[in-house]
Design a protein around this ligand. Structure first.
Ligand code: SF4
Length: 127
C-alpha cells in the first residue's frame, strides 16, 4: 500500500490541533501539527479503532419530564454509534431515575455502560 497523508482534528482537548498524519494503511510514519504527545495517540486510535463518547436521551415513564439525558461511561467504537442510538430509542426507564444510574450495561457488545446524567424524579399525583 502507498503512503498517504490524512488531515485529522484532534478532539482530545479544546485546542483542536489540526494533525497531518502520514501513514501506510494503519501504520503511521509521521504525525505533524500536534501540540502534545496525546495527539499522536489520538491519530493512532483514529486510524485503527476510532471511538467516541455518546450522549443521548431515553424515555422515562412517570417522570417529571418525558426524557432523561444519558451518556456512555467510556468511548465506544465509532461504527457502533447508530446501533447504540437505535437501542436507546427502544427502551423506557421508570422514574425516579438517579444521576449516575446505569440505564444499560455492556452496550453493543462492549463492556461500556450508559448512565443517567441527571436525576429524574417521579411525577406526583394530583391530590
Ligand atoms: S494534540 Fe494535544 S494540545 Fe492538541 S488537541 Fe490534541 S491533546 Fe490537545
Amino acid at each position: 500500500m502507498a503512503e498517504e497523508t490524512t488531515r485529522l482534528i484532534c478532539i482530545t482537548c479544546p485546542m483542536g490541533c489540526a494533525l497531518d498524519v502520514t501513514h501506510d494503511g494503519p501504520a503511521i510514519t509521521r504525525v505533524e501539527g500536534t501540540a502534545c504527545k496525546r495527539g499522536v495517540a489520538y491519530a493512532e486510535a483514529e486510524l485503527t479503532d476510532p471511538r467516541r463518547m455518546v450522549t443521548s436521551t431515553v424515555r422515562v415513564k412517570d417522570g417529571i419530564h418525558p426524557l432523561v439525558p444519558v451518556y456512555t461511561a467510556a468511548p465506544i467504537p465509532k461504527p457502533r454509534i447508530f446501533d447504540l442510538l437505535a437501542e436507546l430509542r427502544r427502551i423506557e426507564v421508570e422514574a425516579p431515575v438517579q444521576m449516575g444510574q446505569i440505564i444499560l450495561s455492556n452496550v453493543v457488545g462492549t463492556d461500556v455502560c450508559v448512565l443517567a446524567s441527571r436525576d429524574m424524579p417521579q411525577m406526583m399525583e394530583e391530590p
